[in-house]
Design a protein around this ligand. Structure first.
Ligand code: ZN
Length: 646
């Protein structure tokens, strides 16, 4: 679940990070033991009194020209420094002249005209005379989230995330950091997930040192005054009100409520005025939020990523200066090992729910709770099943459902938000957007799912398919495009909570090894008897009414037993003759060599072929030297103006 801090401060990211959307990034394994490999220079002495360890360097894409260095400070805070060697195109972005440019090589850069000064400064990049202005960025992730909320104060982790923005001993004015960042044309945000809390910002390089100094104070000595509590719980209530109409959030909360009552996921991660004002005294909240910070916001559970077009030594210097004093209490994270995927092994989970949506949806979600596959990141066995079940070509589940006009789309797999993938369990969901007819044929639609699954079980894991997935991932990684720095650091600081340093970048992307046993295990766990069915539709079968109301979101729903004869049928359904796995993909390649440059390069595309039906035009790229081709197809057809019947 992505909880957004203070939407009121917030303009440019709102679409992408809308609280209505489930988070698709990884989140931390607070309870996991991390295997960190120290490769060289243990406690290399740096400057006079600052010491740090150097850890393994992450494996990166061969098209990534940035330098990476992972260090661990004496207080055990782990930092990934990213030095981007591309030049800084200096912009005169405001009247602020006191900037720290001592390490910036902007003197050598050509000055841009004043006419470009008034460019829009709110975005993450600046367009200026066609020069894309990159931003520097930093993200810090802490291995604690809503799973650690006290049972009587749901939303505490989220509340703390808000409170640390409210000034520090060194910079006491409220929102000091936020206004500094915004004034300089940058942006900042934070989110609280199940086992992680993440803070991040972007700014111009010349503001980075000062920004890091202010940012570090969130974690060194934030004030978290009583008077700020009132405003921030209002901000949290506003975020909750914005999330209220989200069907994704409503389903997620309902699902969480079906877990064992004492489990960490059976909470209300958002928090609102009921949990943070009505049900608790101000004194208790004040003490509680300070106690929660002392307990969990410790340097040894923090991972920090910072990226800028500055030399590595400069970044190292900034970080040592700003973050060395983040306190470390050496306390272990909360221990969730007593819980497992069985926290959804409850009578209320394995039933059929009819949920009233806010939007006009017609959808069925089949959900299983599986053991966490975080430790299987090298083989990603669940992605093999999602790859095949989610195929849309000939012989696929979707093709079958569409031919019968039962379904419009499917979306299959693990969403990787903190409530879907964490150190305890992984939720696996087959989600089908149904037609009206599909809803009437629900039993048959679900039978098709199990028929396809049973086919996968019968043929067993196919190494050929895995190798294709691996090749696609390898190729995408090799030619990966560069994301904005703020997206990179946000993802990286979260990944740093999960993977060993060498896999910070590639761990979530690549397939390292084929693990057929793990694939089989997951397929075997996808049983009809272990499944939750959630039908989200405004149309209800006869004799069914929404008789129940979910506690926090007020979602109207009802639940019934899944008919035993349906389960029996799904268990034993044979693979339908229409089903098959995709045939080998003929378009995959391992040869990425580029055609030699043509000395007589034409200025415009040239027509290669033509006949009465088609023309093909072509021009070879002379600039980028990448094995990429852009195809533009322009179809001219009289069929589009004929009747639908034809
Ligand atoms: Zn928030």
């Amino acid at each position: 679940m992505l909880l957004i801090r203070s939407f009121r401060f917030f303009s440019t990211y709102i679409n992408k990070y809308s609280p209505a959307m489930s988070k698709l990034n990884k989140s931390s394994g607070a309870g996991e033991k991390k295997a960190i490999h120290v490769t060289q220079h243990p406690f290399k002495s740096h400057e006079e009194n600052a010491k740090f360890q150097i850890l393994a360097t992450p494996i990166k894409s061969s098209s990534d020209k940035k330098d990476y260095r992972v260090i661990r400070l004496e207080n055990n805070l782990t930092v990934c420094l990213i030095s981007d060697k591309s030049p800084i195109e200096e912009l005169a972005e405001d009247s602020d002249t006191e900037s720290d440019t001592s390490f910036v090589t902007s003197d050598e850069e050509p000055e841009l005209s004043d006419a470009s000064e008034k460019s829009e400064t709110l975005g993450r990049t600046k367009s200026n005379s066609d020069v894309e202005q990159k931003m520097a960025a930093a993200g810090l992730c802490i291995g604690v989230g809503s799973f650690s909320d006290p049972k009587d104060v749901p939303g505490m982790a989220h509340f703390l995330e808000h409170m640390v923005f409210m000034g520090s001993e060194k910079f006491p004015s409220e929102n000091d950091f936020d206004s500094f960042i915004k004034k300089g044309g940058g942006s900042d945000n934070a989110s609280t997930d199940a086992e992680t809390t993440c803070f991040y910002f972007e700014c111009l390089e010349k503001h980075l040192h000062e920004a890091l100094d202010k940012f570090a104070q969130f974690f060194i000595a934030p004030l978290m005054k009583r008077e700020a509590m009132t405003r921030e719980r209002e901000a949290i209530e506003s975020e909750f009100q914005m999330a209220l109409p989200s069907d994704t959030s409503r389903k997620e909360q309902l699902l969480c409520s079906l877990s064992q009552e004492d489990s960490p996921v059976n909470t209300f991660a958002w928090g609102n005025l009921i949990t943070l004002r009505d049900n608790i005294s101000d004194d208790k909240l004040y003490e509680g939020v300070h106690e929660f910070r002392r307990r969990h916001y410790s340097a040894h559970r923090m991972t920090l990523a910072v990226q800028a077009r500055l030399p590595m030594q400069t970044l190292e210097h900034y970080i040592l200066e700003c973050f060395t004093n983040v306190p470390n209490n050496n306390l272990p994270p909360d221990d969730f090992s007593q819980f497992s995927a069985s926290i959804f092994d409850t009578p209320q989970f394995t039933r059929m729910y009819y949920v009233k949506p806010m939007k006009d949806l017609c959808q069925v979600d089949l959900t299983w709770s599986l053991p966490s596959f975080r430790d299987k990141y090298k083989s990603k066995p669940h992605e093999y099943i999602s790859h095949l079940m989610g195929d849309e070509g000939k012989g696929s589940l979707l093709s079958f459902l569409r031919n019968r006009v039962w379904a419009i789309t499917t979306s299959i797999g693990n969403g990787e938000s903190g409530t879907e993938l964490n150190s305890i369990y992984a939720l696996y969901t087959v989600s089908i957007v149904l037609t009206e007819e599909g809803l009437k044929q629900l039993e048959e639609v679900i039978a098709a799912v199990f028929s396809y699954l049973n086919m996968l079980k019968q043929i067993g894991p196919q190494e050929r398919v895995f190798n294709e997935m691996k090749l696609i991932a390898d190729t995408a990684f090799r030619f990966a495009r560069e994301d904005p720095a703020v997206d990179t650091v946000e993802e990286l600081c979260e990944n740093m909570q999960i993977y060993p340093p060498e896999d910070y970048i590639a761990g979530s992307e690549l397939y390292y090894e084929y693990d057929p046993e793990a694939m089989k295990m997951i397929m075997d766990l996808l049983q009809p008897t272990k499944m939750n069915i959630m039908v989200v539709s405004k149309k209800l079968p006869e004799n069914i009414v929404y008789g129940k109301t979910e506690k926090w979101f007020g979602t109207k729903y009802t639940d019934t037993e899944i008919p035993a004869e349906w389960i029996e049928k799904w268990k034993n359904v044979e693979p339908y003759p229409e089903f098959s796995i995709p045939s080998p993909n003929p378009f995959l390649t391992t040869d990425f060599s580029i055609l030699e440059k043509n000395d007589n390069h034409p200025e415009y595309p040239e027509r290669l072929m033509h006949c009465s039906l088609y023309e093909i035009w072509y021009r070879q790229d002379q600039k980028f030297g990448l094995p990429l081709a852009y195809y533009y197809l322009y179809l001219i057809s009289p069929l589009s103006i004929k009747s639908a019947r034809r």
